[in-house]
Write a protein that binds this ligand. Structure first.
Ligand code: WT7
Length: 656
């Protein structure tokens, strides 16, 4: 980490957008960005009122922002809007029904082009199918789907009838589904028989069945046929998508919902074992994702082909596959499978085939491509690209330079976009025609975003002084609460500098030019391949195994994943510490959470280092796995020897 900070501080490579790029961009110069940003901060409500005007409202709002009950915000008070209508009907009505919404590529090589008119029809039919099964506005619906157009259809159909979707990433386990069903009290599930991943079928329906054996609140399950694998269908509960929609009407009026009507709940890791249900609502969220997509991806609806490689199970898929791009009427690529199937050139083959102009991916993917070798890139013509983006974690300057040179041919600006599940949309990022980029910095805040770095006492830090990243003004796509837990919402995000200062949980600094450099999480949350993972979650998964007495989980730098997961485990008396047990524990974590949470390293320990009051000294464990000397003060340790012993074992484990 410390090397990282130094390299970041000495970074002096600056890249201006080309004159041609700027001349054609929505925002053409740094001066224009700065003037617009200044105005948007001086008159934030005026700015957002203007932006909201891009959307179709069924009833006009009478107040842009009600912040009187901070930190509980209400945006566009009194307005009525339908998110699906804005993402679909609006474009069809404007004569763009034949425009391709999705160039879809299945992993086995099958493809489909779906127009906006077709997407609207599919959405209406499926919305009617849901209605016929008794699902209505306010009901929670869990979506567990592969990356197929129907995943977007399912989300938009929920939005159309006012049902609240909660998408669970297809890589998560049956137990994760149970937890999310329990918290959201969902009554319906939308899934598929399976999805293709690395040549095999992910048994989505089977996982849903396993989950529903432990949770009985679900009355209806819709099952899309994707892989033709055998699945069990339970009479009176499970229905095939194709049967339910066969005779459904394609006419499903888009009812206007209150601007603050819940649009979705998305679960994300925090510093306790229980994921938080982040609640997003309709009008403000759509306004924000619509505007950020337009300006940050400098979107040109008539010529751009956009591709975001995220999964709809993450917020990136919600905001920058479904709502933002579709509100803009964009044409995009959607790909079902793995980046290295059948080989490492899969992405570049797709970029070349569809002449993708705008490509948005994660630093972990870029590092994996670098490792796989340039020959996979060289096979394909990537000259259609004009803009590149990254999201999920700080990007190391070497990866940034490779991305710029090798993928972007040196001509494409890179938008390094900092945001979170909670923020709903991109908060800090270059505006590509206007803001010069430097490898490793997300640069400047979006319009209306008042970002700052605070020290412990709540004073703004000076240039190059590290502190906590905060947002000082509310913004339209901010989370409204943690579902059913307003107290935790207040405690987690608004606990230190008052009710109006949002604490992101990241450490950061600004440089002399006002660029923001994000260092990483300040809490016990890891970032594994761009995905958030609470150490406490992995710990509770481990201790739920019969043989485990106690565990402590920490992160350590990982070449591809950014951070890897290391678990220290003490076993119950009489249990043998074997390699087979390690394997079993890794799989157990996979079953409890999902494959991304499987520890890279498990270390059995007789004891864990603790303070006299019995708290595990995580800081020491972090130092042990960082590979350096353990410099931390150990005087409060109950047993100094534990550390030396663990360090020895760790070194042995990683060098064996
Ligand atoms: C955390 C949020 C937003 C979609 C993906 C992750 C880290 C995200 C960046 C970036 C440095 C970043 C932060 C943040 N993060 N983007 N461009 N530079 N760090 O969403 O799972 O809610 O995680 O990811 O630590 O707090 P998420």
């Amino acid at each position: 980490m410390s090397n990282n900070i130094e390299s970041v501080l000495s970074e002096d490579r600056v890249f201006d957008p080309s004159e041609e790029f700027s001349a054609n961009a929505h925002v053409k110069s740094l001066e224009e960005y700065e003037a617009l940003h200044k105005r948007s901060i001086e008159d934030t409500e005026g700015f957002w009122a203007e932006q909201a005007g891009d959307l179709k409202w069924q009833d006009q709002w009478d107040q842009v922002l009600d912040w009187s009950d901070a930190p509980f915000a209400k945006w566009f008070v009194g307005g009525k809007i339908n998110a699906a209508e804005n993402c679909l009907d609006r474009h069809v009505e404007a004569g763009n029904g034949d425009k391709i919404a999705i160039h879809w590529v299945g992993e086995p090589g099958d493809t489909r082009d779906v127009t906006y008119a077709e997407l609207l029809e599919d959405t209406c039919k499926f919305a009617n199918a849901m209605k016929s099964r008794g699902i209505s506005a306010g009901d929670r619906v869990l979506i567990y789907m592969p990356m197929v157009p129907e995943a977007a259809v399912a989300m938009l159909a929920c939005a159309r009838i006012g049902a609240v979707h909660s998408v669970v990433f297809g890589g998560f386990s049956a137990q994760s589904i149970v937890d999310r069903l329990g918290d959201s009290e969902a009554t319906a599930v939308i899934t598929a028989d399976g999805g293709w991943r690395r040549g095999g079928v992910v048994p989505l329906k089977k996982n849903v069945d396993d989950a529903l054996a432990k949770y009985d609140g679900v009355k209806t399950v819709f099952v899309l046929k994707r892989c033709e694998n055998d699945v069990e269908m339970q009479d009176g509960r499970d229905y095939w998508w194709y049967e339910e929609t066969a005779d459904a009407s394609a006419d499903c009026p888009a009812e206007g919902f209150d601007a603050e009507h819940p649009l979705y709940i998305l679960y994300t890791s925090g510093s306790t074992g229980k994921p938080k249900g982040i609640l997003h609502t309709t009008g403000g969220y759509l306004t924000y994702t619509n505007s950020t997509f337009k300006y940050i991806f400098d979107h040109k609806p008539d010529s751009d082909i956009y591709w975001c490689t995220a999964d709809v199970g993450w917020v990136t898929g919600h905001s920058y596959i479904v709502y933002g791009p579709m509100a803009n009427g964009a044409t995009q690529v959607m790909y079902e499978g793995a980046p290295n199937f059948p080989d490492w050139d899969r992405f570049w083959e797709i970029v070349a085939k569809y002449k993708v102009t705008t490509f948005y991916t994660a630093p972990t993917a870029i590092r994996a491509f670098i490792k796989a070798g340039d020959e996979h890139v060289d096979k394909h013509d990537l000259s259609s690209l004009r803009l590149l983006g990254t999201v999920g974690e700080p990007i190391n300057p070497e990866a940034w330079m490779w991305y710029r040179d090798k993928i972007g041919g040196g001509r494409c600006p890179i938008v390094d976009t900092w945001w979170q599940t909670e923020t709903g949309g991109i908060m800090i990022s270059p505006i590509p025609g206007a803001i010069p980029t430097k490898p490793g910095t997300a640069t400047r805040p979006f319009f209306g975003i008042d970002a700052a770095i605070f020290d412990e006492s709540g004073n703004p830090c000076g240039p190059n002084e590290g502190g906590k990243l905060v947002i000082r003004k509310p913004w339209p796509s901010m989370l409204r609460t943690i579902y059913k837990d307003p107290e935790r919402f207040k405690e987690t995000y608004w606990n230190e500098y008052g009710d109006t200062i949002y604490i992101a949980g990241d450490g950061a600094r600004t440089d002399a030019d006002g660029n923001f450099w994000i260092v990483g999480r300040l809490d016990d949350v890891l970032n594994v391949s761009g995905h958030r993972l609470g150490t406490a979650e992995v710990e509770s998964a481990l201790v739920s195994h019969d043989d485990v007495a106690e565990s402590a989980v920490v992160g350590r730098p990982h070449e591809i994943k950014g951070q890897g997961v290391v678990a220290f485990v003490t076993l119950k008396g009489g249990v043998d510490a074997t390699d087979d047990l390690k394997k079993e524990l890794r799989n157990h974590v996979g079953t409890e959470i999902g494959a991304i949470a499987k520890p890279d390293e498990i270390l059995f320990a007789d004891r864990l280092p603790k303070t006299r009051s019995g708290k595990i000294m995580r800081r020491l464990l972090k130092e042990i796995v960082a590979g350096g000397e353990v410099k931390g003060d150990t005087t409060t340790l109950e047993d100094h020897e534990v550390v030396a012993q663990l360090k020895e074992e760790f070194d042995k484990a990683v060098h064996s």
